[in-house]
Design a protein around this ligand. Structure first.
Ligand code: 15L
Length: 270
């Protein structure tokens, strides 16, 4: 697993270590709390040779590494474009058959909240970070078609033990449910390149997650159990007239200089 020092990895590590022997990797030194099923390899995603060595002999890769929020192009490009190329190309070269690619809701963040989307609509990245996630999904497709990898791209909403605000009530995923989806991606016999949404059972979801359900995904956690908490947190936030109407929230309003009405009402071809 790459990105093993990050916040999502921290929540997943105990769940993964119960089930798999894990090689964990990040650009920082090993933490002090490695379990008996965990080893640590410090590696930079932009170092192709190091990534090849890291992946040799692995049965699957969970790729969480890279830039995880919006940033300038250089900051996004190195780990999320060059680095993502490196991890897929290394998997091909050393024969890692399965890749879980942590994509993001920000690959489709410019869809209005009023619109329900599945996986057949065009991507609508809401920034450079979202753009890099769309690129990662496209590489997953290429390597499944051309090199026979089995790839799951999970458009992760927001991982945590509770939805953090109003927007997250629609996109939230509990770590247990992400773990379930990763297990499907690593073990289901029929995956080619599957794009799924990383969401728990969210009554306010903007997404049709039929592909995940068809693969056997049965989320256990309900966003509505946490409505009071999420709305109390929302009340502490300033209004965002652009972001509040779009799925990607503040990622959309960040640097926005477009025609808001046109963006909101555009009917893209299906
Ligand atoms: C993401 O993709 C980010 O990695 C995470 O930090 C959150 O910002 C999340 O999206 C979100 O949309 O809440």
């Amino acid at each position: 697993m790459t990105g093993a020092a990050g916040g999502v990895a921290k929540m997943l590590r105990p769940l993964l270590a119960d089930r798999y022997t894990m090689i964990l990797s990040d650009i920082v030194e090993a933490p002090g709390d490695l379990g008996p099923n965990e080893t640590w390899v410090k590696a930079d995603l932009t170092d192709r040779a190091a990534i090849g060595a890291l992946l040799k002999g692995a049965d699957g890769l969970i790729h969480l590494g890279g830039q995880s929020v919006e940033a300038d192009w250089e900051t996004v490009h190195a780990p999320n474009i060059q680095g993502v190329w490196n991890i897929f190309d290394a998997c091909r070269e050393v024969g890692v058959p399965r890749v879980i690619f942590a994509s993001s809701n920000h690959a489709v963040g410019f869809y209005p909240r009023a619109r329900r989307i599945g996986i057949n609509e065009p991507v609508r990245p809401d920034g450079l970070y979202g753009l890099s996630k769309a690129f990662g999904e496209a590489i997953g497709s290429l390597f499944a078609d051309k090199h026979g990898l089995r790839v799951m791209s999970i458009r992760i909403g927001n991982i945590g033990y509770k939805p953090a605000d109003h927007r997250r009530l629609s996109i939230w995923q509990h770590p247990d449910d992400l773990m379930q989806l990763i297990g499907i991606g690593l073990e289901h016999p029929d995956i080619h390149h599957a794009i799924v949404y990383g969401a728990s059972h969210n009554e306010r979801a903007w997404w049709d997650n039929g592909t995940a359900f068809a693969l056997g995904y049965e989320p256990e956690h309900h966003a509505e159990d946490h409505v009071a908490y999420a709305m109390a947190e929302q009340a502490k936030l300033p209004a965002d007239p652009i972001g509040d109407r779009l799925q990607g929230g503040g990622f959309c309003s960040d640097g926005f200089s477009g025609d808001f009405e046109r963006t909101l009402t555009a009917r893209l071809p299906r």
